[in-house]
Design a protein around this ligand. Structure first.
Ligand SMILES: *Cc1c(COP(=O)(O)O)cnc(C)c1O
Length: 406
């Protein structure tokens, strides 16, 4: 997922514009900034690149999620349905606005299982938040149908799927709102940063104020701005926006390389009949940041991971099932409701309930899944070498298990 692999003269040029004026803040100082408005420019580029009416930059993907939940009116007592496989930021944001994360099973899309979503709906449900993990998407038509039926909001956590498409639309622009992260390892980076995308002017105006202490940004004197509601400081700096501006102009190039490298490596893995691949919903187009693949059993998958490790070729292969950041199984801090300050009692109760919630359907998927990250910097020769080594290691384990079975 690595825009940082292509950091160069374009980023330095944009950064220098900001350094030369010395105006590192996105608001105000109109004369001194010598015409440079990097955050504003990046927001415009985001709208035109991804096809949405409004974009509000933030300091991170996490703060983008927090911001948009505030703007959508999600708060105390509201339930947000989200997947068991995601990044911790997704539930952090829900908790930060006083709402309740309701974690449900994923299917072979590695995203929300629509049937599990239906089963989790209660009168408190306010929002469904699919997380388009590892470059590909949830079945958005199925989720939209559920949202329409129950009058729920659809918020896409598209932080990991910049450039992925669904039925001709960019991921992140399909629900009531969507977010990207521009942290250091995402498809395009600002160093740190994020964005809320929406087609609703109302949601956008609320996001604009929420990220800047509630300022209405209507006047020319910042000190005289009115505050129609209480906000926070989730602003992006001009330095971070400048980096993102150079990166977004290279996005098509990143995506083309990603797709090429993905295709070459996937074709090699596909030679092994026991391997199957993540399901991409009809009409979906993977951004190709990862190849996610399944082995027949959890035991075989664990043995393959161990083999890759012992051969020194595990790097870039992620076994999420054992990963502390991405899957419910290892989120003890969440399941024990370990926080520094008090959560509201509804939140705490819901978190403790996760200790006994059955995620065996997710385990059956995640226990067999390995995701291979695609680098932009690989040569064809390197991919061939990597692929051959991986295939040999996988086949070695599969033949050992075939012997056991026979
Ligand atoms: C990276 C990420 C985020 C949060 O982004 P930060 O910019 O690191 O705060 C949220 N959700 C998912 C799925 C992510 O991968």
């Amino acid at each position: 997922m690595p825009g940082f692999e292509f950091f160069g003269d374009e980023e330095r040029k944009e950064l220098n514009d900001v350094l030369e004026s010395g105006i590192l803040m996105r608001y105000g100082f109109d004369a001194a900034r010598k015409g440079h408005w990097k955050a504003v420019e990046l927001e415009k580029e985001i709208c035109s690149t991804f096809g949405c009416n409004y974009a509000q930059l933030t300091s991170s993907g996490t703060s983008a999620l927090t911001t948009v939940m505030g703007a959508l009116g999600i708060g105390y007592g509201d339930e947000v349905i989200m997947p068991s496989f995601t990044f911790v930021a997704s539930f952090e944001a829900v908790l930060s606005v006083g709402a309740i994360p309701v974690l449900v099973d994923v299917d072979e899309t590695l995203t929300l299982n629509p049937d599990a979503v239906r089963a989790a709906i209660t009168p408190q449900t306010k929002c469904i938040m699919p997380v388009h993990m590892c470059g590909s998407m949830a079945d958005l038509d199925a989720l939209k149908e559920i949202c329409a039926e129950y009058k729920l909001l659809l918020l896409e956590d598209a932080c990991q799927s910049i450039g992925g498409m669904y039925k001709g639309k960019a991921l992140g622009t399909i629900g009531d709102a969507g977010t990207f992260s521009f942290d250091f390892v995402k498809t395009i980076t600002c160093g740190e940063g994020g964005v809320v995308m929406t087609n609703s002017k109302d949601v956008y105006i609320k996001c604009d104020g929420y990220t800047d202490h509630g300022h209405d940004h209507l006047g020319v004197d910042r000190g005289a701005d009115l505050h129609p509601f209480i906000g926070y400081n989730f602003r992006i700096s001009e330095l971070h926006a400048a980096v993102g501006l150079a990166q977004i102009r290279k996005l098509d190039q990143f995506l083309a390389i990603q797709k090429k490298n993905y295709t070459q490596l996937k074709n090699m893995l596909a030679e092994i009949p026991e391997i199957s691949f993540r399901v991409i919903p009809e009409g979906g187009e993977d951004s190709c940041t990862f190849i996610s693949w399944f082995l027949p059993t959890e035991a075989i998958t664990k043995a393959v991971v161990a083999e890759l490790k012992s051969q020194g070729i595990l790097a870039g292969n992620f076994y999420w099932f054992d990963n502390n950041w991405h899957y419910i199984r290892k989120w003890d801090h969440l399941k024990n409701s370990t926080t520094l300050n008090s959560l509201n009692p509804l939140q705490r109760g819901a978190l403790l309930k996760l200790q006994t919630t059955d995620f065996s359907a997710s385990d059956a998927i995640m226990g067999r899944c390995i995701s291979t990250a695609i680098s932009l910097g690989w040569t064809e020769e390197q991919i061939k070498d990597k692929g051959e080594k991986m295939v040999a290691a996988i086949q070695k384990i599969l033949s050992e298990y075939a012997v056991i079975a026979a």
